[in-house]
Design a protein around this ligand. Structure first.
Ligand SMILES: *Cc1c(COP(=O)(O)O)cnc(C)c1O
Ligand SMILES: [Zn+2]
Length: 416
């Protein structure tokens, strides 16, 4: 460690080998085989950060992701690629049951999803490592966010879309200058672009066979911001809608590192993964006590952004290490939570409302004490998923030119 004082580096979660931060795109080179790849993640000189009381410093800085760059892998002298992501509000949701329920509103990010925290760090590292071409596979939000950051970094981007991704997100990718391929074969093509054509994969942590350790570091800022917003306390529970689960692992890594650098702050936040009953492979694997996540044979949910057929094993370790849990909620309950959010002025896509749906149900079941802070991550905005909006409201719209009928309708509203 001493040779790395003050610098970030990579460590293998399996064999513990350490490496300088570099272009490791398929897991640990020391212990991985083609069949079995192991995760590299970024480590920091936390002792020095603890000694310098960096948290007190952060309180004075503007609210946003790059204010916490002591815990990000980009060397301090390098300009980040940023669209001013992060710094999102923590909003109280009034409920009747015990515990204070909050939402962390990630719809306020530049491309209206938490993924912007990921790609700001990931594309910054891609550029720093000398790449000029970036690629990813997506159900929509992930790729759109990458396209925006690639544009900002003047990088070429190629995005492989799931055939179920909405038209508006394919359009947005192209507006940002990306090339778009819509195909079922997206993961194999992504691997080929990376291994044979040297494109940088802006992907998550799980080697499968392609992975990068950097993007998820951006998610830690959600933990740091939340602790600052709660006045230096960490929440008791954190509910997160998960697909692969990089987001959940990233937030948990943030709480862990916060506890290591802040005297007196425990890493006591219980993490909860939330999925739809129509596709819940992580929830199932957690309940079955597995270490790997089996493939769901036929995902079927309106919450497409959390409808991945499988997920990252590190998500399971975050749930266990934090003594949290995993919940599945039916689509109908997710759509009801979209309505609950709309009533406080927040327009979420279905996937983004799943965490609140699960927390509200747990509250009803009596799982919370009165003095708890429960945070639900609202991951992405409704506007990008236009086909799903109408599923969450009672139509109340009249198109009419006949004055008599028009006035009758308006009067009925007026006299409500
Ligand atoms: C990608 C996404 C998720 C899940 O994130 P993972 O890190 O893949 O688990 C949740 N909600 C929305 C809206 C997303 O776009
Ligand atoms: Zn290893």
């Amino acid at each position: 460690m001493s040779g790395r004082q003050g610098r970030s580096f990579l460590a293998c979660l399996n064999c513990k080998s350490e490496f300088d931060c570099g272009p490791y795109l398929s897991g640990c080179p020391a212990c991985s085989t083609d069949r079995d790849r192991h995760v590299l993640e970024v480590r920091y000189d936390l002792e020095t950060l603890r000694a310098t009381r960096v948290m007190a410093e952060w309180e004075k800085r503007p609210f946003g992701l790059w204010s916490y760059r002591e815990l990000l892998p980009l060397p301090p002298e390098i300009e980040p690629v940023t669209l001013f992501e992060g710094g999102t509000p923590l909003i109280r949701v009034e409920t009747n049951g015990p515990g204070r329920i909050w939402i962390k509103d990630e719809t306020r990010n530049p491309t209206q999803a938490h993924k912007d925290r990921f790609h700001s760090v990931s594309v910054s590292m891609a550029k720093h490592l000398g790449f000029t071409k970036v690629t990813a596979a997506t159900t929509g939000n992930h790729g759109t966010s990458l396209a925006a950051y690639a544009a900002k970094a003047s990088q070429r981007s190629l995005i492989f879309h799931d055939p179920r991704s909405p038209r508006v997100l394919r359009d947005l990718c192209q507006l940002f200058g990306a090339s778009v391929v819509v195909t079922e074969a997206r993961l194999a093509l992504l691997a080929w672009m990376v291994q044979e054509r040297s494109w940088y994969p802006s992907t998550g942590l799980t080697p499968g066979p392609i992975a990068t350790p950097y993007g998820i570091e951006g998610y830690k800022s959600i933990a740091i911001e939340t602790a600052l917003q709660l006045g230096g306390r960490v929440p008791t529970r954190f509910y997160v809608p998960v697909a692969q689960g990089d987001i959940l692992y990233g937030i948990w890594k943030g709480f862990r590192e916060l506890a290591q650098i802040s005297p007196g702050m425990p890493a006591s936040t219980k993490m909860y993964a939330v999925q739809s009953t129509g596709c819940a492979p992580i929830v199932q694997a957690f309940k079955d006590g597995l270490n790997r996540i089996p493939l769901h044979p036929h995902p079927n949910t309106v919450a497409l952004s959390i409808g991945d057929a499988t997920g990252a094993a590190v998500t399971l370790s975050a749930l266990r290490d934090s003594q949290g849990g995993a919940c599945e909620v039916p689509d109908a309950e997710i759509l009801r939570a979209v309505r609950t959010l709309a009533r406080i002025g927040v327009a979420a896509e279905p996937s983004a409302a799943a965490a609140l749906a699960a927390a509200l149900r747990s509250q009803e079941d009596g799982a919370f004490d009165a003095d708890e802070d429960i945070v639900c991550l609202v991951t992405g905005a409704a506007v990008k998923w236009p086909e799903t909006i109408a599923l969450s409201y009672e139509p109340h719209c009249l198109q009419e030119n006949d004055t008599k009928a028009l006035m009758a309708w308006i009067r009925s509203i007026d006299s409500e």
